[in-house]
Design a protein around this ligand. Structure first.
Ligand code: FES
Length: 609
């Protein structure tokens, strides 16, 4: 695939990265810190490394930084070396060790936020020193190449003079966005959003330490327009005003969550300077007021796969006036920025192991890596996992059965510890997996005949019943003599729905395995992601064939990785570059135009047991 090999000394580590990546980024992505105060912008000249093997051109910045002898010995500025061939790189000891934080699935992020603060004690102007106010500030920050925004210029004269020229400069990337009175370096925050179709999660991050200072979540206020992306896209097609109402609803969701986390943490909104949002392609289009219609119909084309950096006010957030919003790029209409964020948080492109990432939902996104190449696809799993199309299905809320264990009797884990009212996705998967395990469901997904059930599971057989013509298994009977219709049960058709959903997913990963030439049994780790996938029992997922048949220890619940990815880009501008690089590397595989898709799908309907 043309990756290049970088060998770092004295860390003694090797990493393969896409050609063209800067040595600074490659080191940073792998947790190797190189000195820097500009964060990789080529202006601080602190990121000195020695390339001891391999060719790298000499830039004008290198010439201004190093002597002829040093250049000949291979000394370069790491952020300006793009790795085009295999290189050996010596990293000198750090002058100051940057802080690091653990984010996502064990990712070590070296803190290099785009948001920086510098406390300055400036010389007061005199007739002998008539430099402009701005020049005075810029001269004091000579490691960055800064440009002011209008807000900063407006504030500059008064804030400098009211504070005896003791001020804090607020910088985002290379823009000076504010001058604050006195020393405010301790107050520097960012907001990370996981903008889900169902649930939206906000995390407030202290950018100086990488610590989350508050988390809040709520249902997306777009819910009344429909539970999934397709119904929301349809809404915009039927009603010309719906797009604007959906945009307002998304903005209101973000704003309410922001207010909540800020209030709970006691943080001034004016000290939040950057926002990162991870959402699927439809959620992002609706938030930005981009017509989502082409996303909903073949050939499923996005308006664009990268989004400009926007003022926070464009998404309805009232934070610092210079606060900006960074959105994740998307791979395709059905593998959106939320999945790119998830890949970043799980380090899908930075691990030598063969790994499978599955975000289980109505639309299921699947990514496979053999440690070198990355392939991705989307599988339409349908609403079963959200409790939709299931007779006693419900969302994962109070009263939902989320765990099912069959032994002598039926043991249920119910959300909120209340009487069971229905089944959520993980409960559904558990129930089916347990019925397969005890033998009341055969491999084809049919309940065994009534007459053989008592021999198979004597204490459970009487729970097999009928509602109308349909066979059901009773999970919970509210009162001893309640009729079957009033019970929480699993029906034959429910099981069929689950089979369709899991077969779509299994076909997806099976075809990706073929694409990359990997046997499913060789996968070393499966990451179950998303608001539903994280709650799935690994054993049940294996038993129904939702994931390859592997040791249960290889199946990992990855949690809310989209939100973790959003945190990572706030903590390090290098991780943002990483998200872009990731996109270049992933090959998207379209399943729907494969001639063998249907045959493969039918093969995957059975339960492997
Ligand atoms: Fe600042 Fe390279 S990181 S010049």
């Amino acid at each position: 695939t043309g990756r290049v090999l970088l060998r770092f000394a004295p860390a003694g580590r090797e990493h393969r990265v896409p050609p063209g990546v800067s040595v600074f980024d490659a080191a940073s992505w792998n947790g190797i810190a190189i000195d820097s105060t500009c964060g990789g912008h080529g202006t601080c000249r602190k990121c000195k490394v020695r390339v001891s093997r391999g060719d790298t051109p000499i830039t004008s910045h290198d010439r201004r930084t190093f002597s002829e002898g040093e250049l000949a010995a291979g000394w370069r500025l790491a952020c300006l070396v793009s790795a085009r061939s295999d290189l050996d790189v010596e990293v000198p000891p750090l002058v100051t060790r940057p802080k690091a934080a653990t984010v996502g699935v064990g990712r070590q992020v070296i803190l290099r936020p785009a948001v920086q603060k510098r406390y300055l004690e400036l010389d007061e102007p005199s007739l002998a020193d008539q430099r402009t106010d701005l020049r005075r500030v810029l001269d004091a920050i000579d490691d960055l190449d800064l440009h002011p925004d209008l807000h900063a210029l407006r504030r500059l004269p008064k804030v400098l003079r009211d504070n005896d020229f003791k001020v804090t400069a607020v910088v985002v990337d290379e823009t000076l966005i504010d001058i604050e009175p006195g020393d405010t370096t301790a107050y520097r925050y960012g907001l990370a959003f996981d903008l889900g179709t169902t649930t939206v999660v906000a995390t407030l991050l202290d950018l100086s330490t990488g610590t989350p200072c508050g988390v809040a979540s709520m249902l997306n206020k777009q819910q009344p327009f429909g539970g999934d992306v397709i119904t929301r896209i349809s809404a915009t097609m039927m009603d010309p005003d719906a797009g604007e109402r959906l945009r307002t609803a998304a903005q209101a969701t973000l704003a309410e969550l922001a207010d909540q986390v800020l209030a709970e943490a006691g943080v001034d909104p004016g000290t939040v300077y950057e926002v990162a949002i991870a959402g699927n392609a439809t959620m992002v289009a609706l938030l930005l007021g981009i017509d989502p219609e082409p996303l909903g119909v073949a050939p499923f084309v996005m308006a664009h796969d990268h989004f400009p950096v926007l003022p926070a006010t464009e998404v309805g957030l009232r934070l610092h006036p210079g606060a900006r919003v960074v959105l994740f790029p998307a791979l395709g209409a059905y593998v959106g920025g939320d999945i790119v964020a998830g890949m970043l948080a799980t380090g899908m492109d930075r691990d030598k192991r063969a790994r499978l990432f599955v975000d289980v939902g109505t639309n299921c996104e699947i990514v496979l890596s053999d440690g070198e190449r990355l392939v991705a696809t989307a599988a339409p799993a349908g609403p079963a996992f959200e409790g939709g199309a299931i007779r006693r299905g419900m969302r994962a809320a109070d009263g939902a059965i989320e765990v099912v264990k069959l032994g002598e009797t039926v043991q249920l884990g119910v959300i909120g510890d209340v009487a069971p009212m229905g089944l959520c996705g993980s409960g559904l998967v558990d129930a089916v997996a347990e019925l397969v395990r005890v033998g009341l469901l055969d491999a084809s997904g049919r309940f065994v005949p009534d007459e053989v059930a008592p021999a198979i599971a004597p204490t459970l057989a009487d729970r097999l019943s009928k509602v109308g013509q349909e066979r059901v298994f009773i999970l919970h009977r509210p009162t001893p003599d309640a009729p079957t219709e009033d019970c929480v049960f699993l029906s034959q058709r429910d099981i069929r729905e689950l089979q369709f959903a899991k077969a779509a997913i299994a076909t997806g990963w099976a075809l990706l395995c073929e694409e990359i030439g990997l046997a499913p049994g060789d996968i070393q780790q499966v990451l179950l992601a998303g608001s539903f996938g994280s709650y799935l029992s690994p054993a049940a997922a294996i038993r129904i064939g939702l994931v390859p048949k592997l040791s249960v220890l290889r199946i990992v619940s990855a949690g809310n990785v989209a939100g973790e990815g959003a945190k990572m880009v706030l903590l390090s501008s290098r991780e943002r570059a990483g998200a872009d690089a990731l996109l270049e590397e992933v090959h998207y595989v379209e399943l729907s135009d494969r001639a063998d898709f249907n045959d493969r799908f039918v093969e995957q309907l059975a339960f492997p047991g």
